[in-house]
Design a protein around this ligand. Sequence first.
Ligand SMILES: [Zn+2]
Length: 235
Amino acid sequence: MDNIIQGISNFRGNIFPGQQKVYEQLVRDGQNPSALIIACADSRVSPEHITQSGPGDLFVCRNAGNIVPPYSQHNGGVSSAIEYAVVALGVRDIVICGHSDCGAMKGLMMPEALEKMPNVAAWLKHSQAASRIVCEAYPADMDPKDRHRALALENVVVQLSNLRTHPSVASGLARGQLRLHGWFFEIEKGTVLAYDGEEGGFVSIEENIQIKVAQAPSVRVAAPEFARAMSVAAE
Ligand SMILES: [Zn+2]
């Protein structure tokens, strides 16, 4: 804990004075983050650090396994963060960020290890689809390391599907005002991969190369004849 206290002292004495104007402006004008990032609570996965973002840049929600429970009547922290980011803050990009060496994914592979963690076991049920995909759509004789990686990648894709069940996200997508991203941070390499929704794989994010997007913004409504009439009426 001493390191943490020392860090606070260093922040207040040495860092904050140089950034005071930024913080004051963020209070005066309010926050206007460019994206919502849902990442794992793992101590090695810091969204602000790996994107080199500053205060006010990202709206972050972290939990074990970077999970988004599907929309339900029950109130929850992740659901509330999503709703607030989309409706109140008007973010246009939502990122689900998984990572290598994820303990939650290991727990999913070895449920017997979760015997004394009933809450974790229950929480990881939101990743069951990923587990089933890896069991039934991948070779049975896969190396456990490869299986773990495949599971973590599939989990990002499953959580993107869960994200779409939230009314604020569904509506934002239908209006073509939201982009969804699936990322995977490789801790040991320092690289971030992005899910290519069209090709179905993950590719490294590189500068000057257009970033792969899980779902690009485009108006998708089931009854376009009415939507057209609505936009014509609005003109
Ligand atoms: Zn993790």
